[in-house]
Design a protein around this ligand. Sequence first.
Ligand code: THU
Length: 125
Amino acid sequence: MTYEELYEKARAASELAYAPYSGFKVGAALLTKTGKVFTGVNVENASYGGTICAERTAAVKAVSEGFREFAALAVASSGGEAWPCGICRQFLFEFGDDLTVITGKDSGHLEVCGITDLLPNGFRL
Ligand code: THU
């Protein structure tokens, strides 16, 4: 799977985002090392703190189905490029330090960064 294909899955998923409060729709596509893709969207809540980001939705779906080893994550949003927030960076770092993160305003303008570049010295117990 190319980065462009993974990004397109994130972009398609973003249309399913539930974002009535911010209007900012985000889609994520998480590629496992075995080649399976889990998508996720942001799901907002009237109690704003209950909102979950697209990236964590994808990771939670994957982990809850037995997949913990990830190769790449693409993120797309209604606002163009969307780098994972701080909470999501730490959440993804939990499962490895070799994750490649991809975003961009469209699949022709992708930016690529490693999770440890996005989160230097991430926390581990
Ligand atoms: N959001 C994500 O889904 N991923 C991020 O990395 C940043 C923010 C969502 C959360 C909320 O629904 C909306 O974008 C505005 O913050």
